[in-house]
Design a protein around this ligand. Structure first.
Ligand code: 3HC
Length: 694
């Protein structure tokens, strides 16, 4: 039997109105088949005298997510979206868009060229192109301001702001919100439009956008989107559209969008779009594997991490049983959680009622047996392997067979902890970052025997908590801390060699990080970092042990931001101020170690801090501690401030060239030491081969 592909645009008649349903799962992207289908619908509309007009609607969960991103890497085949849209706007019979779900990018451009728009009350509208490093290229820039004014257009085009149906109605983006049957009401709009002149969006006047407004907009966007080209280009194009006849403006808009597609920034942002979606999938696990339902969570350990995780779960609407060691510890936990919520109320983030509702879902108890109904239990006691094993065994005996048991750890050997349970298939790790209710990253840690659906469940669970999660393999420090520790090491070495805290931080913030590593250390607390160093001392090289700058700062009473002095001093403002006392301390440190300060160039600072990270990322890939280079990029851009328009450290390495990275690493191996900079095998191979991590 021959299987027929379903048409990407399906036509049906409702009375004398033709309805074209876009049907291109999963998101009704405007792929070639859809564009061709829309042209066919317009041909039929014009050819059939019995038809009074056309409604463009869609099947599935949304109207359209816009142009098909998968077509961006090759030459796009005609008919082009801009031409389809032009044809639609100039149709001689009314065309109405009936929007449900979302109308994004080209999907919205298509809708705003129609002669009228009606939307379901839960519809969302946006031009997210800028998040892919491009801009609307099918009339969004030329038409949108004519409907919604310049301010709203700037927010939507240059910042990717999305608006809901009621705001869209007020702004003039849509004409009606459907009260019942979306398609029925859209066909009524066709009948009404037949009796009046067809309103063409591009014939409306373009709003005022004078030079002063343009300057102010450019400045504001430059501050908000440091280093990103597309938001600035949006202002140029809006200014162009304000003074250029429509046909020419449409041509220039399309050309600008096409040119942006081949920029490094757009490639980087598109890489992240795909990487973020790939990262939600567990490598080696069938895509169809379903997550198990998690309706009740148990947390064992009522310390800082346990409390933070409890708040994250409560915020996600889950009932939580939090088990502490004693009545006193659970009382302290309750008070701490109330304090977190108290400050959320004070800052206007939550209402008293919302807090009450959350706290009503929280049970605190010293009794482990209360976990007997939990679908997922997270053990989060202190990082002591013996104590953890004992608690894991105790939980194992109490909870039902179906319960997934997770240990929250930042560095312990997960396989050895797995041996403490009789349910190795239902055991895995999660590494939450402190404070767990605030930090958006989670590393889920797979074990050899964890069942595929258990791993999928942990990914879904992290998503439900609003976290970006990546599945990592067992390895000390997992991915984030292992990579970060290399940057910290280099920052300390650079300080020893003659760089200053302000130079290192300036170089990395100029690169695009929101905060430099030393200002960040001050935020984390130097006493905390000194304790981490103390715990890792045995694993450190002699040079790393000797780079005891953090210990010296702490000994001098400089604990970081919390007491107003660390690598910097902090007056009343929270801005870090360079402090000559730190320069003196660094000079004394060098003198004691017999190190002669030298001039370290900004290039060396940048390369050593970044390439140390990239080299470690490559080693993690070699060890299978992380499945894809893109997973590392997601972690760094979502959680560690790596500039998204550079795509994450691994994508950045491929962009500047693995052979360049390789030769720089080899050079630094000569200066700093082979043990720190010997290029990873994957970098060596990539440099010699196709320039990619493969
Ligand atoms: N083209 C092709 N595929 C797309 C797509 C698009 N525009 N948007 C989403 N997809 C794919 C995703 O890659 C994913 O595929 P996968 O399952 O193989 O990984 C699948 O659709 C489902 O997407 P999500 O996992 O993101 O599903 P969600 O329900 O969470 O979100 C969404 C749906 C809100 C539509 C979200 O996908 C989104 O924001 N998409 C991007 C929309 C966008 O950027 N549009 C602008 C395109 S550029 C353009 O229109 C240019 C024009 O001006 C000429």
């Amino acid at each position: 039997m021959t299987a027929f592909a379903r048409a990407a645009v399906q036509l049906r008649g409702v009375g004398d109105v033709l309805v074209a349903d876009i049907d291109n799962p999963p998101v009704n992207a405007l792929s070639h088949a859809v564009r061709a289908g829309l042209i066919a619908a317009l041909d039929r509309l014009e050819a059939d005298e019995t038809l009074s007009g056309l409604v463009i609607a869609a099947r599935g969960r949304l109207f359209s997510a816009g142009a098909d991103i998968n077509e961006f890497n090759a030459d796009i085949e005609p008919p082009f979206l801009g031409d389809v849209i032009e044809r639609l706007e100039t149709a001689t019979k009314p065309v109405i868009a009936a929007i449900h779900g979302s109308a994004l990018g080209g999907g919205l451009e298509l809708a705003i060229a129609c002669h009228g728009r009606i939307a379901a009350d839960d519809a969302v509208f946006g031009l997210p192109e800028v998040k892919l490093g491009i801009l609307p290229g099918a009339g969004g820039i030329v038409r949108l301001p004519r409907l919604v004014g310049i301010e709203q257009a700037v927010a939507m085009i240059a910042e990717g702001r999305r608006i809901d149906a009621s705001e869209a109605l007020t702004a003039g983006l849509i004409d009606r919100i459907a009260t019942g049957d979306l398609i029925g009401e859209a066909t009524e709009m066709v009948s009404a439009a037949v009796r009046s002149a067809l309103p063409r969006t591009s014939e409306r006047p373009f709003p005022l956008f004078d030079a002063a407004q343009q300057d102010a907009t450019r400045k504001a966007l430059a501050g908000r989107y440091r280093g990103q080209d597309a938001p600035q280009k949006a202002v140029d194009l809006l200014a162009m559209a304000a003074r250029t006849p429509v046909a020419e403006a449409l041509r220039l808009e399309q050309a600008a969008c096409k040119a942006l597609l081949s920029t490094d920034q757009s490639r980087a942002l598109r890489h992240l779009f795909t990487a973020e979606r790939d990262a939600t999938r567990v490598a080696g696990v069938d895509r169809e594997t379903a997550a198990r339902p998690i309706d009740r969570v148990g947390i064992v350990g009522a310390g800082t991490m346990g409390r933070g995780i409890a708040v994250a779960c409560l915020d996600a609407g889950l009932p939580v049983v939090l088990v502490g060691r004693s009545e006193a510890s659970i009382e302290a936990a309750r008070q701490a959680i109330s304090k977190i919520y108290g400050s959320a109320v004070k800052r206007g983030r939550l209402s008293e009622t919302a807090v009450e509702e959350r706290l009503a879902r929280l049970e605190t108890t010293p009794v482990l047996d209360r976990l007997c109904e939990a679908d997922l239990v997270i053990e989060t006691i202190a990082e002591d392997p013996d104590a953890k094993r004992a608690v894991i065994s105790a939980i194992d005996l109490i909870v039902p067979e179906r319960t997934i048991l997770v240990t929250n750890t930042s560095f312990l050997d997960i396989e050895s902890l797995a041996q403490a349970t009789e349910r190795p298939g239902h055991f895995a790790g999660m590494h939450f970052f402190n404070p767990a209710n605030v930090m958006k990253l989670v590393e889920n840690v797979r074990t050899k025997r964890a069942a595929p659906d258990v791993l999928v469940t942990l990914m879904a669970f992290a998503k439900r908590l609003g976290k970006t999660a990546v599945m990592v393999g067992p390895s000390e420090g997992f991915v984030v801390n292992r990579m970060l520790s290399k940057r910290t090491r280099e920052a300390l070495f650079l300080l020893q060699e003659g760089a200053t805290p302000r130079q290192i931080d300036r170089v990395l913030t100029d690169f695009g990080f929101p905060v430099g590593p030393l200002a960040l250390a001050d935020m984390a607390g130097l006493d905390v970092l000194a304790a981490t160093r103390a715990a890792r001392l045995a694993a450190m090289s002699e040079r790393e042990r000797g780079a005891d700058i953090v210990e010296r700062l702490v000994a001098a009473g400089r604990l970081g931001r919390k007491n107003g002095a660390g690598y910097y001093t902090y007056g009343d403002s929270r801005t870090p101020q360079p402090d000559p006392a730190v320069d003196t301390l660094l000079a004394a440190h060098r003198a004691e170690r017999g190190i002669a300060a030298r001039t370290v160039t900004d290039d060396e600072v940048r390369e050593r801090c970044l390439f140390a990270i990239i080299n470690e990322g490559a080693k993690l890939l070699e060890e299978n501690a992380v499945a894809r280079p893109g997973d590392i990029d997601v972690l760094w851009t979502k959680g560690l401030g790596f500039p998204a328009h550079l795509g994450g450290p691994m994508h950045y390495a491929e962009t500047i060239g693995l052979s360049h990275v390789h030769s720089a690493l080899s050079r630094y191996a000569g200066i700093v030491g082979d043990e720190y900079f010997k290029p990873a095998r994957l970098i060596e191979q990539g440099a010699a081969g196709d320039g990619r991590f493969s």
